[in-house]
Design a protein around this ligand. Structure first.
Ligand code: URA
Length: 423
């Protein structure tokens, strides 16, 4: 097979054959196809697209590049959740123990934040002692004993994707729906879960800015899951405004603990329960009401069990920022918009985010919102707190945080958080 012919075929708008796809993924994983050749192909795919059949084959080839976990020894139904990411999206933290407390096993392989979006593993590492790296054997054992594990994907899972995602990151080829869908789904299918619920976000703080793109991504991923025998559903959810009040690691763990204790911001509770209901239904556990497990403390007990199982101390104090500055309202009115992207960039500049995968993050930095859209304000009221480890981090974040808030005379019409459901 000649890689230049494969690149030319896609460059000219053709459909790749099964053999071409299998060969190019395998050859790239083994280093026979060079990075510059794969980046040309990725750009051709971004510009020309792929048919459903091509996406299915590409995904199958990425799964076949590594191992597929066997969760058949777990005696509870397995169900995972994947979010396409956003600002203040800490939902995995309360959701995973909640769904496990209702009788499912949740094999949650998670990622780290990049740019303005946060990542679950960074948030959990704010908990003293918590280990995000588990061997496959530890992962499966914990699903058997605790019913939930949240950790990084092992090296052996879809190695073709690991290499290709890193390449796309530096060649402007991340934003291709066929490549995003196959990247996410190859890892989820290889993880061995029987069911999967996707939280596909749209809006300024999301990957997909438009609802139409989010819907196309969701539809593509649901089809891929079903084709591989995974019960797959998706919710399309809004990401124009940060979720909850906290965007940062320690403060998002604190907010998650409020939800697990039966309180917390209403949007975080709403989305946690909506996803929990979808997950339980997908796992065939429709009878369980997740709201009960939040109320009666079972979800909190499961959180503590999960943290202890992964080496963390659920009673230890979380890291706190040395520097805090407040942003106040400059007029009377109503908060009419709070731009998720702007708040995400502010949290990133405060130290919560990273520009490159290898950069460290601060556990205690972030933005703690005091007002959300629809809240009335008086001049001088605190809109948010900016938290950082060092004072020099605050000024670059302040400008973008201030610009993210709009105060108007009239209250905004608030859009629903969950727009649509696909299955
Ligand atoms: N997340 C992934 O895992 N892959 C992508 O391509 C985009 C987001």
């Amino acid at each position: 097979m000649n890689v230049i012919e494969v690149i030319r075929a896609k460059r000219d708008g053709g459909q790749l054959t099964d053999d071409q796809i299998d060969w190019v993924i395998d050859a790239y994983t083994k280093g026979v196809v060079a990075d510059e050749q794969m980046s040309a192909l990725a750009m051709a795919i971004l510009l020309r697209g792929m048919t459903g059949a091509e996406i299915a084959r590409w995904t199958a080839a990425m799964i076949a590049s590594g191992e597929r976990l066997d969760l058949s020894t777990v005696d509870r139904p397995t169900v995972d959740k994947h979010s396409t990411g956003g600002v203040g999206d800490k939902i995995t933290l309360p959701l995973t123990p909640l769904v496990a407390a209702c009788g499912a096993a949740v094999p949650q392989l998670s990622g780290r934040g990049l740019g303005h979006t946060g990542g679950t593993l960074d948030k959990l590492e704010a908990v003293p002692g918590f280990r995000t790296k588990l061997s496959n054997a530890e992962f499966v054992r914990q699903l058997q004993t605790v019913g939930a594990a949240i950790c990084a994907a092992g090296e052996g899972l879809a190695p073709a994707d690991r290499k290709l995602y890193a390449l796309r990151d530096v060649t402007g080829t991340v934003e291709a729906i066929p490549l995003i869908a196959s990247s996410i789904m190859s890892k989820k299918i290889a993880e061995g879960t029987a069911a999967l619920v996707l939280d596909v976000k749209f809006g300024s703080g999301a990957f997909m800015k438009s609802v139409d793109d989010a819907r196309e991504l969701a539809r593509t991923m649901v089809e891929l899951g079903k084709a591989h025998g995974v019960v797959t559903r998706a919710l399309l959810t809004a990401m124009d405004t940060p979720l909850g009040l906290a965007a940062g690691h320690s403060i998002e763990v604190e907010e998650s603990l409020e939800v697990l204790a039966g309180g917390g911001p209403s949007d975080v509770v709403e989305l946690t329960l909506a996803l929990a209901r979808e997950m339980l239904a997908a796992a065939g556990l429709d009878g369980a009401d997740p709201a009960d497990a939040l109320r009666d403390g079972r979800a909190m007990d499961k959180w503590r069990e999960l943290i202890v199982a992964q080496g963390g101390d659920p009673s230890a104090p979380l890291p706190q920022a040395a520097e805090t500055e407040v942003v106040t309202a400059d007029r009377d009115g109503v908060v009419s918009a709070l731009d998720a992207y702007g708040i995400g960039v502010a949290a990133w500049r405060l130290g919560a985010g990273r520009a490159r995968k290898e950069d460290p993050v601060s556990a205690s930095a972030g933005v703690l919102l005091r007002k959300k859209p629809g809240d009335p304000v008086r001049r001088g009221d605190v809109l948010m707190e900016l938290r950082a480890d060092t004072p020099d981090r605050i000024p670059p974040a302040r400008d973008v945080a201030v610009a993210a808030v709009t105060i108007a005379d009239v209250a905004p019409t608030l859009s629903p958080l969950v727009l649509e459901r696909l299955d």
